[in-house]
Every structure is written in C-alpha cells, then in structure tokens.
Design a protein around this ligand. Structure first.
Ligand code: THG
Length: 368
C-alpha cells in the first residue's frame, strides 16, 4: 500500500492528546467525526497481542459527544433510536442504533443518561449533532443540542483494572459494566465509565478539563510502567474477533438494524415514538433478505478499501465489508453482508483478488 501524509487543518481537528501520541510513536491517523483518530503505532498485529495481555491508553477524543439538555431531551433521544430508553437510569450507558425515517442506520453510539434531562450521545462516525438539531428545531422541542468539550481517553486491556485502581483507588473497581460515575484525583473530578471498544476490559475517561486530563494522561503512563502500558487505538483484529461492529465500515446508511443483527436493541412492540418505526414494522413483517455474518478466508493478508464481492459457483453470496489477518485463527477474518440463501454456516465461497480465487467460509459473529 502506498503511504501518504494527512495534511492537518482547522477543520480536521486534533485532540488535547495529539502532541502526546505523536511523540510516543504514532505512525498513522484516520479521520472520525472530522477529527484525528490514531490508527497505528507499532502495527496492528503487535498492538493486538499487547492489548490482549497488558494495558493501553487510547486517544479516542474523536468519539464526540452530542449533548442534549432540556425537558424534551428524552423525547428527542427516543425519536432517533429504536432501542426502548423509557426505563433508562441515570448513571448508565446504553448501546443503541440510531436510525432515520426509512429505518436505516445512522450511527451506533453509546448513550449516557447523566441526569433526568441531560444526555450524552457518544458517537461513531456520522453527523448526529445536525440530525438532532434539525429534529429539535423542526419539532419545536425544548431540547438544546450542543457538542461539549469532552475528550475520551480509553484505558483498555486486562491490566487496565490494576492500573486504574493504582491511580484512583479501590472505588473504581466497584464500577459495573456500562455504569459511570465521578472519581477524584488530586482535587480534580473525572467522569469515568466502565466501557470501551474492545472486549479486553477497561474504562473510558470522559475528560472535561483538558489540563487535568493531560495530567492524568501522564500519570497513566508513569504509574503504568509496571503493567507495560503503551499508547494504542481501536484494534481492527481484536474488534472483528470480538464482533464489535464499525459504523461506516461494516454497515452504513444503506442497511437497517435487523440486517446488522441489532434485533435485541429494537422495540417495535411498545408505544414508544421513534422515526422509522413504521419502516421497521414493515421490514420485520417481510423479513430481511441479508444480514451481517462472520467470515474466515484462506489468506495471509488483505487490504480493504471498499466492499468486495464473495461468490459461490458464479453466484453472489454477499459482500465483504471489513477484513484482517488474525494471528489467532491463522487466516483472514472479516464481517460480510450475506444474502439469505447462504446463511447456512456450511456455506463456502470464493473471494477473487488479483485474479486469484481464495476459499472462505461463513460463520457466526462474534467469531469462534
Ligand atoms: N465508546 C464510546 N463511544 C463510542 C464507542 C465506544 N462511540 C462509537 C462506537 N464506540 C460505538 N460502538 C460500540 C459498539 C459496541 C460497544 C460499544 C460501542 C459495546 N458493546 C458491548 C457488547 O457488544 O458486548 C455491550 C453492549 C450492551 O450490553 O448493550 O461495548 O467504544 N464512549
């Protein structure tokens, strides 16, 4: 692959931690929500092995927050998601598909309920703030939409628990999965959730005060020496093995939440009101004709810039959306949108690259 530099500009925003990660060996950025998101340090495979054994600190400030405040805030949030949030509790995170009026995917954020009338939508890569602003003003809701200056640091990996306990004390270990609370460190308060885009365990620190956040960043590295802490970023191998979907890669605005396997986050039975509900009722009556599944391919490497067709005896099986070599499975693994005729897990297919046909098989997500 040819390598190019990314030209920085005001509209391609950095984060409070950009200087830190650049001096710590960053080798690639990607863009996410019009910001810089670190994409590589030592290389995806090395970072994958490290993440599964030690602890990493990720600058994921590009996971922007859309803040919604006001007496209609819950109503506005519910309008955008098919997940029933009517019983949502303060202090909890909710993974929730956001959809449009046609029932198609817009984003798959983590939604946090901070107060009865204050929410954050922690975004994947799409302009949800504009969608929310349009709905709020168009429907004359009492719901103020803004992007607060909040920058997430994720602390991920099996040793994240020991590292965070060392810095923040015993109380942090009592935080339950997808819960959040404020924690004290040297006179500063930090908003911390037990969450993150890996299945290796860990926390996300929602930094509201940049100076205090930089101080904490340095502390994570000095206190983390004994746990072999390294800077990192969301890892392609780990997230595919774990079945964590990527908005814009695995699915986009052409797909509905049933096709993405988000069934457990869809409620078309209760009387909640969301855009695209009618469309989802129709889709659920008709049944879907394709869905995201895992794949394993007899290959030692792959590059994915666009989706790739998968064939079986000259017939289209589906499209490969994300793929990477997995050191665990010793082959390429991926996420593909598979046509209904081929959902049987005994299905095999061929993927043609540079006029060479490579054999592959369909499997469940998460991969086993
Ligand atoms: N953290 C925060 N914001 C984010 C992400 C994150 N925004 C964008 C992106 N990542 C959203 N995508 C996901 C996908 C899955 C999960 C979190 C964010 C996740 N899922 C759990 C699982 O699949 O086991 C739990 C789902 C549940 O129990 O509801 O953690 O990483 N702040």
């Amino acid at each position: 692959m040819k390598k190019f530099y990314i030209a920085k500009a005001r509209r391609l925003r950095g984060t409070p931690f950009s200087n830190r990660i650049e001096s710590q060996g960053l080798t690639a950025y990607t863009t996410f929500n019009h910001m810089l998101l670190p994409a590589a340090f030592e290389g995806t495979e090395k970072e994958y092995l490290h993440l599964k054994e030690h602890v990493q600190v990720w600058d994921v400030a590009a996971e922007r927050q859309v803040q919604i405040v006001g007496k209609d805030s819950a109503k506005l949030i519910q309008l955008m998601t098919c997940r029933n949030l009517s019983k949502a509790k303060v202090g909890r995170c909710y993974y929730a598909p956001l959809i449009d009026e046609q029932g198609k995917m817009i984003n798959d954020p983590v939604i946090l309920k901070l107060e009865e009338n204050k929410w954050w939508i922690s975004l994947a890569d799409s302009d949800v703030g504009l969608y929310a602003k349009g709905l709020s003003s168009g429907l004359r809701l009492q719901a103020e939409v803004s992007e607060p200056d909040v920058n997430i640091l994720a602390v991920q990996g099996p040793k994240s628990f020991k590292l965070m306990e060392k810095i923040l004390g015993k109380k942090i270990t009592e935080l339950k999965f997808f819960g959040f609370d404020y924690f004290d460190l040297e006179g500063s308060k930090f908003f911390i959730a037990r969450s993150g885009w890996s299945k290796q365990g860990g926390y996300e620190i929602y930094v509201e005060n940049c100076d205090a956040g930089l101080n904490l960043y340095d502390k994570l590295f000095s206190a983390g020496k004994e746990f072999n802490v390294k800077p990192g970023c969301p890892n392609l191998i780990e997230r595919i093995e774990s079945g964590l979907l990527s908005c814009g890669n695995d699915f986009d605005n052409g797909d509905n939440p049933y096709e993405c396997g988000f069934d457990k986050y869809i409620d078309i039975e209760s009387d909640i009101n969301f855009l695209g509900k009618k469309a989802l009722i129709q889709i659920s009556k008709k049944g879907i004709q394709r869905k995201l599944m895992g794949v394993k391919i007899e290959l030692e490497q792959i590059e994915m810039m666009e989706e790739r067709p998968l064939q079986n005896a000259g017939n289209l099986v589906g499209y490969l959306r994300s793929a990477v070599y997995s050191p665990h499975f010793k082959k390429v693994i991926g996420v593909a949108m598979i046509k209904k005729e081929y959902w049987d897990k005994k299905t095999t297919f061929e993927l043609e690259i540079n006029s060479k046909k490579n054999k592959g098989a369909i499997c469940d997500l998460p991969l086993v």
